[in-house]
Design a protein. Structure first.
Ligand SMILES: *Cc1c(COP(=O)(O)O)cnc(C)c1O
Length: 359
């Protein structure tokens, strides 16, 4: 059986060494030594100035919206994971969708500009599958209209844009370290910002609003992560380069075998150092996608319709006319991609796809 993804696990002995340390110290959570060590090592690895380790990527989005005091309307993409939209609603703001570009699959800056009203306070854009958005266009719009920018960079571990980390752009970037992501801490996430003031505010939001151990500054939540999760991160970080290099090879094989065979690929931003976090293919029609997916399943191979449905189709969302996202989400399939996936398995997957596209 070939699943769409399979989590990377470090050698058990390496993890157990950290677990021994935790047993010895008896410091299990609340910004412990391993969490602090992971934050330092992540800042160094990713090349970012400030980063806070959190319990997941969804909470990272929520406290970012809180920290920036956004209200009213937030312009966002309908082509993302559901948490991008629901975190806006959870924070009592209204998501307003701007349609995507059919090639990069990222939010279309022209559509952002069209969606701005007097109630707009921010933009929440996803770097889809780790492919950086048109950052300079979004920056210009934000400046012109005095809007805050949050990037949902859940897929962007290790991605650089114009020679620096993509996570350094916008007011805040959020990442996810969920088990299905390229780098994971089982459950986990982080917020990144260039602004020390924002990071200070986010750090209070992460910890119930505690200012000192006996005083509070505003309402916070529990966004902390544990030492056991940090330990998994410290182990996995040592393999991050190897994981990305392997994925580059795997995606290269997919691309070579599927080029000019009736599927389209996502167009990756030229200024980006990509991380190969997913391998999406876009079929000519939903009918072909369904046929191929079924045939893969007959061979115990599980690809995933991702992102599907388009978030504009959610029952609690007012219809807003995003034809590109509606259309692409019906035709896109993420093919299996994980560290242990073998060349022969990729070749098998491609053979099945090519054979069934024709019928
Ligand atoms: C995974 C993901 C999230 C949520 O992260 P969790 O850590 O699972 O809460 C948010 N946005 C995108 C685009 C994601 O892929």
């Amino acid at each position: 059986m070939i699943q769409v993804t399979s989590p990377f696990l470090p050698p058990k002995e390496e993890y157990l060494k950290y677990i021994d340390k935790i047993y010895h110290k008896k410091w299990l959570t609340n910004m412990g030594p391993l969490s602090s060590e992971l934050e330092l090592k992540l800042k160094d690895y990713l090349g970012v100035e400030h980063l806070l380790f959190l319990n997941n990527g969804t909470l990272a989005l929520q406290i970012s919206i809180k920290a920036l005091k956004l209200e009213g309307e937030i312009i966002t993409t309908p082509f993302s994971f559901i948490a991008t939209t629901t975190s806006i609603m959870w924070e009592n703001c209204q998501p307003v969708f701007a349609d995507i570009d059919p090639e990069t699959l990222n939010i279309n800056p022209e559509k952002i500009e069209e969606a701005i009203t007097s109630k707009t306070t921010g933009i929440l854009a996803t770097h889809v599958f780790g492919n950086p958005c048109d950052i300079s266009a979004i920056e210009k719009i934000a400046q012109k209209h005095n809007l805050k920018v949050i990037y949902d960079a859940a897929h962007c571990f290790g991605v650089n844009y114009k020679e620096k980390s993509v996570l350094e752009y916008g007011d805040i970037s959020t990442v996810s370290f969920h088990a299905t992501k390229l780098f994971h801490t089982v459950e986990g996430g982080a917020v990144i910002s260039k602004s020390p003031e924002l990071i200070y505010r986010l750090s209070k939001l992460r910890n119930f609003g505690f200012k000192t151990s006996e005083s509070f500054d505003g309402i916070g939540i529990n966004g902390k992560n544990s030492e056991f999760h940090a330990a998994m991160g410290l182990c996995n970080l040592k393999y991050a380069d190897e994981i990305i290099a392997k994925r580059k090879v795997q995606c290269g094989i997919y691309k070579r075998l599927l080029s000019n065979k009736g599927v389209a690929f996502q167009k990756i931003n030229d200024a980006s150092d990509y991380n190969y976090s997913y391998f999406p293919v876009i079929f000519e029609s939903e009918e072909i996608l369904l046929k191929v997916k079924k045939e893969l399943e007959n061979n115990w191979i599980y690809a995933r319709r991702y992102f599907f449905p388009s978030l504009s189709d959610l029952e609690y969302i007012v219809k807003q006319g995003t034809p590109v996202s509606d259309n692409i989400s019906k035709r896109i399939l993420c093919l299996p991609l994980y560290h242990e996936l073998e060349k022969e398995e990729i070749e098998l997957i491609c053979r099945i796809i090519i054979r069934y596209i024709k019928y």
